[in-house]
Ligand binder design. Structure first.
Ligand code: BG6
Length: 482
């Protein structure tokens, strides 16, 4: 393994993402030898903490999340620093402190990781530039959501683009770091048998689901402004759709892969006007079985009109208008407080052209991202026994956990390593983000102007009735319901 020497500066460094995802991922990278002894992690926040305070906080909140070997843990803590910064404010002392810390290390790689709300991206980049901290070896990582619609995303991209070159900008979507998602490319493009049938002649439809059992406790401030469409569909689900639908790239190379993905986004059939009601569903969970409804979730802010209108569930019937996929619906679905945590891509094949046995059902390929990463191909087999031939669908299944003994890295670990290595293949290019928003914007606009509220669904149920009707209209059902 290569060991990277870098100064990694995390804005929002004491926030939830940093404490739950970034720091554990960096600890694993450290243990596996990917961080050289000189590499430093500098958290920026408004918190007014000293290095010692911050190390204490990480010790208290992160240590239990990782299998911490005492020696390795102490070494990791030693890499941590904290700088207090006044975001967009008059007080420049934080910036001078950062300048002092980074001074003399201009030849090192610098990574500025913006794990802060999107409206801070532009101001932070300008502040970094003003402080003279942006070197040719600097990179900037932008967390999602990138803006709240196409126009704000464009503004942010321009502001950041005024300071950093596109090659220095890493727009993160952690779903792209998940093993199964990368495996989808290997499955599709390193095996001969799938590609000939990966099209509308053989595939009936595709279902892409990211279902969560968790609610949104303590996140109302963010979630009221986001909702499931911005939080999950604009980025994660559309990226999964791209990986499923893209044409084979000529090379395994950053631009070749992203070129093919952006073509999928550009081929999405726009859903506008009255079609929004027909092809999209939105829901909000209500209290049930001892679980609070969205409006009753504990949080620092009281529910407002925005809370009543925000969707915690959405299902959409999308279509990729090109030769390969004409007429094949891609059903997207995501929600909070659903009965099981499951993220998966289900490719539903068509029935055999002519059936000679009673009781067969069409093949299906399931790519599971969560909870246990794996791939299942459901084929028809004969049930053992004399007498009438009886068919049964049985899975040929690959469980990554059982097949490979190596630890499966978390998505953030993979992606942070790619940032340190300067490899942007699994990050969103500017034109991808723009194309994704272009498809999302009319849906958002229609929802926002609608007098109707999201359809209620009881916490712990499979979502609003509309989601089932969306498929039932064409005689289909969601994967877990048949
Ligand atoms: C994040 C969303 O991007 O993804 C969260 O902001 C969501 O709302 C999370 O819970 C889901 O990620 P994962 O990896 O647990 O599926």
């Amino acid at each position: 393994t290569a060991a990277y020497t870098a100064d990694l500066v995390v804005f929002g460094g004491t926030g939830d993402l940093s404490m739950r995802k970034l720091l554990p991922a960096l600890y694993h990278s450290d243990v596996e030898g990917r961080l050289s002894p000189e590499t430093r992690i500098i958290a920026m926040s408004r918190g007014g903490l000293t290095d010692e305070d911050f190390r204490g906080k990480v010790d208290a909140e992160v240590r239990d999340q990782v299998p911490a070997d005492p020696g390795a843990w102490q070494r990791f803590l030693g890499r941590l620093h904290h700088v207090s910064v006044d975001v967009g404010g008059e007080n420049r002392s934080g910036w001078s402190a950062l300048t002092a810390l980074l001074g003399g290390h201009e030849q090192r790689d610098r990574v500025f990781y913006l794990a802060s709300p999107p409206m801070t991206f532009g101001p932070f980049c300008r502040d970094l530039d003003k402080a003279g901290l942006v070197t040719p070896r600097s990179r900037v990582v932008l967390e999602k959501p990138l803006g709240r619609d196409g126009a704000s995303a464009q503004r942010i991209n321009e502001e950041v683009g005024a300071i950093f070159d596109e090659a220095q900008i890493f727009r993160i979507d952690h779903y792209l770091g998940k093993e199964t998602v990368q495996n989808l490319l290997v499955l599709r493009f390193a095996n001969a048998f799938l590609e000939p049938i990966w099209n509308s002649l053989w595939i009936d439809h595709v279902q892409i689901t990211a279902a969560e059992t968790v609610g949104t406790p303590g996140r109302r401030g963010y979630y009221d402004q986001a909702g499931a469409l911005r939080d999950m569909v604009q980025n994660h689900l559309l990226q999964l759709l791209c990986m499923t639908a893209m044409e084979p790239p000529a090379r395994n190379d950053r631009e070749a892969i992203r070129d093919e993905k952006v073509k999928v986004l550009q081929a999405l059939r726009p859903i506008t006007g009255t079609e929004v009601d027909r092809f999209t569903v939105r829901g909000q969970y209500t209290e049930a079985d001892g679980m609070p409804g969205y409006l009753d979730e504990p949080g620092s802010t009281a529910p407002t009109e925005a809370s009543r209108r925000v969707e915690t569930f959405t299902a959409i019937r999308a279509e990729v208008k090109n030769w390969r996929w004409a007429g094949v619906p891609f059903y997207l679905r995501t929600g909070k407080r659903l009965p099981r945590r499951a993220s998966e891509i289900v490719v539903q094949f068509k029935d055999v052209p002519h059936s000679i046995f009673p009781g067969g059902s069409p093949n299906r390929l399931v790519l599971r991202l969560q909870p246990e990463e794996g791939i299942e191909l459901h084929i028809m087999a004969k049930e053992p026994g004399a007498g009438e031939v009886a068919l049964k669908p049985v899975p040929l299944s690959l469980s990554f956990g059982k097949t490979f003994t190596a630890r499966v890295p978390e998505a953030y670990e993979r992606l942070l390593t790619d940032v340190l290595a300067g490899n942007p293949t699994l990050f969103m290019r500017r034109d991808e983000v723009a194309a994704a928003w272009q498809w999302i914007d009319p849906i958002l606009a229609s929802w926002e102007s609608s007098a109707e509220l999201p359809e209620p669904y009881p916490a712990g149920s499979t979502g609003p009735a509309g989601a089932h009707e969306l498929l039932a209209r064409s005689g289909r059902v969601w994967h877990e319901e048949d």
